[in-house]
Design a protein. Structure first.
Length: 317
């Protein structure tokens, strides 16, 4: 009798447990039934994507530079400068007492309009420092690039010279071209006045190298429309991103907006290239300052301030 009671006592909870497992509740039964109403997509409904069925975009070839940036649409800004006020903003920088003994040369223009937006001593011969490399690399592209056995390797040399201002590589290339007369011959075909610059080396290390801002702007404009424009354009450092401009214009409106060649010697600073500007699209510019004995930091800050004033320029009716 006692053993029968013990069996009933132990077996009853097991029936309850297994009964719950084998007999689903009504709520559980509802979950097991197919949903008769499909989900109706709403505005925030995102259908699942079959990733495996999506085409994989091709990777760009590093040997083929990307297309040149297109002009940006006009954008009126609160801190913009009308051309009438632009001159005063530039003069406020270059005519400070700090630069009393400085020789400045500045030119700014649009590649599609050869009327300068600003010009100051643009025809004055100045020491260009490494801006001299622009003449060397442009001439090399015209004379040697298409005859090169390995065009990709040659393009890499151009990129190294302009991105990192490699003096040794630039002098080697200049000698390979054949020196000043060969460079002048190549650039005359681009419309550059052969008497507007003088080279005694390919790098710009010598202070006997001379160039006018006007010559550099004319060269940059010619290369902007040349068949080799992409290779030349993308060989230049990008502001705040690469090369000798990697740490310039950081956290300013010109970060990643300037492709330009720097120039540095004691008492000499230069910056020449292309700017993507909100109102004018692409601008071509050259800034050179020669001031023996002046701090390099002071000169660089002034050059960068001038570039930032260019970024503010806007057409005004």
């Amino acid at each position: 009798m006692h053993s029968r009671l013990i069996f009933i006592t132990l077996f009853t909870p097991l029936l309850v447990v297994f009964g719950n497992l084998t007999a689903p509740s009504r709520a559980q039964s509802d979950l097991l039934q197919p949903n008769p109403d499909p989900v109706t997509p709403t505005d925030d409904y995102i259908p699942p994507i079959d990733i495996d069925s999506q085409p994989v975009p091709p990777l760009p070839s590093p040997a083929q530079p990307q297309p040149l940036p297109q002009p940006l649409p006009p954008l009126r800004r609160s801190n913009s400068l009308c051309p009438a006020d632009f001159n005063a903003a530039i003069n406020q920088i270059i005519r400070r007492p700090t630069f009393a003994g400085a020789r400045w040369g500045i030119m700014v223009e649009s590649p599609t309009d050869q009327t300068p937006l600003y010009s100051y001593n643009a025809g004055q011969m100045l020491i260009p420092a490494s801006n001299n490399k622009l003449f060397t690399t442009a001439a090399a592209l015209k004379l040697l690039y298409h005859q090169s056995v390995d065009p990709n390797k040659f393009a890499s040399r151009i990129n190294t010279i302009n991105q990192y201002s490699d003096n040794y590589a630039s002098d080697l290339l200049w000698n390979q071209i054949g020196g000043l007369q060969r460079v002048r011959t190549a650039l005359v075909g681009l419309g550059v006045d052969p008497l507007s610059f003088r080279q005694v080396d390919g790098s710009g290390l010598s202070r006997s190298n001379l160039a006018t801002p006007s010559a550099i702007v004319h060269l940059l404009r010619a290369m902007y429309f040349d068949d080799d424009r992409k290779l030349f354009y993308y060989s230049l450092p990008l502001s705040g991103v690469s090369g000798t401009l990697k740490y310039r214009f950081l956290k300013t409106p010109l970060q990643a907006k300037v492709r330009a060649k720097t120039g540095t010697l004691s008492g000499v600073r230069a910056l020449s290239g292309y700017m993507q500007q909100p109102d004018y699209g692409t601008l071509i510019f050259s800034i050179i300052v020669n001031q023996p004995g002046q701090s390099g930091e002071v000169l660089v800050n002034a050059v960068d301030r001038l570039a930032l004033q260019m970024e503010r320029l806007t057409p005004c009716s």
